[in-house]
Design a protein around this ligand. Structure first.
Ligand SMILES: NC(=O)c1ccc[n+]([C@@H]2O[C@H](COP(=O)([O-])OP(=O)(O)OC[C@H]3O[C@@H](n4cnc5c(N)ncnc54)[C@H](O)[C@@H]3O)[C@@H](O)[C@H]2O)c1
Length: 286
């Protein structure tokens, strides 16, 4: 059901690769909610992904850009304002990539050139996007910019590698730029810390199946899907969240607040055959 939450709003969505991408789901929902927007991804992603199908469905123009290039970002933002007929109201940064992960370099044996690329693509690009938009005065008052993060920014999760460092930086950029953008132009900057999700980027994470199973069982509400993440993004682009800024917002079914669950304790006792008190069969009594 559509609520017209983005009626009259204009935006730019970075990072839709295929129909599993979080950005893809955001674009579909933003279209349903009445927004007009442009789409952007790398020239390689445009060649191998399916973005044209999405563009057709959403009546959106696709503008190629490597998000690490300020020149490319300037072109995307300028062209978007031209196409959409003025400043935008929202920008989605849904971009992440680690060459160390791709090339199977573990965290205790990082290639530092790859690390710099991870940080540039996955985090510094967020600053570049914000700074470019700021200098071009491209976002309307009460506009909203959202980046996508992961709990590995705060907690160590096996196998997440240098993307954990990138996410920590991404969240810090949201706070630092959020202060300036809020103070000067009344514009919000937030990150959403999403549950592990089956996408092209997600499936690159070591042990993604076990990780998703674990977080799903550990979260009282279960893992959040890409569609649910899109819904959350829409609320952040809407006027219903005008005073939310500089936040890292967990969208993870409660996982980030959990320590030990009934299910996990039961499994723990079972797998290690430990000499612990038996666990009640009814979680309600706990
Ligand atoms: N999938 C998960 O488990 C999960 C969980 C939390 C956060 N996230 C984050 O969500 C965001 C979107 O990822 P996704 O899961 O939808 O996967 P995805 O693979 O569909 O999207 C990643 C996108 O980044 C783009 N990209 C890579 N390098 C780029 C560059 N130099 N310039 C511009 N774009 C570039 C890719 O082309 C792709 O479209 C990422 O920031 C990711 O870290 C994902």
């Amino acid at each position: 059901m559509a609520y017209n939450l983005l009626k009259g709003k204009k935006g730019i969505i970075f990072g839709a690769l295929d129909n599993k991408s979080i950005a893809w789901k955001v674009a579909e929902l933003a279209h349903e909610e009445g927004a007009v927007f442009t789409l952007s991804n790398t020239p390689t992603a445009l060649r191998f992904g399916e973005i044209n199908e999405l563009a057709e469905k959403c009546n959106a123009t696709v503008i190629p850009a490597d998000a690490t290039s300020v020149e490319d970002l300037t072109r995307v933002i300028e062209q978007s304002m031209e196409i959409l007929g003025g400043k935008v109201d929202f920008i989605l940064h849904s971009i992440g990539m680690s060459l160390n992960v791709r090339k199977k370099r573990v965290y205790s044996d990082l290639d530092y050139n790859y690390l710099m690329k991870t940080l540039d693509i996955s985090a510094v690009s967020f600053h570049k996007m914000l700074q470019t938009a700021y200098k071009l005065d491209a976002i309307n008052e009460w506009g909203s910019v959202v980046g996508l993060s992961y709990i590995a920014a705060q907690r160590t999760l096996y196998g997440y590698n240098d993307m954990a460092d990138a996410k920590a930086l991404l969240e810090s950029v949201a706070r630092s730029f959020g202060y300036i953008y809020g103070r000067e132009r009344k514009i919000r900057v937030n990150t959403i810390s999403q549950s592990p999700t089956y996408t092209t980027a997600g499936s690159g994470v070591k042990g993604i199946d076990s990780l998703m199973d674990f977080t799903d069982r550990m979260s009282p509400l279960g893992n959040a899907t890409a569609d649910e993440c899109a819904s959350y993004c829409i609320t952040l682009f809407s006027d219903l969240t005008k005073k939310v800024t500089m936040q890292n917002l967990f969208h993870d079914g409660g996982f980030s607040s959990m320590g030990m669950s009934w299910k996990a304790m039961k499994m723990y006792n079972k797998s290690f055959n430990c000499d612990c008190d038996p666990i009640d069969e009814d979680p309600i009594t706990d």
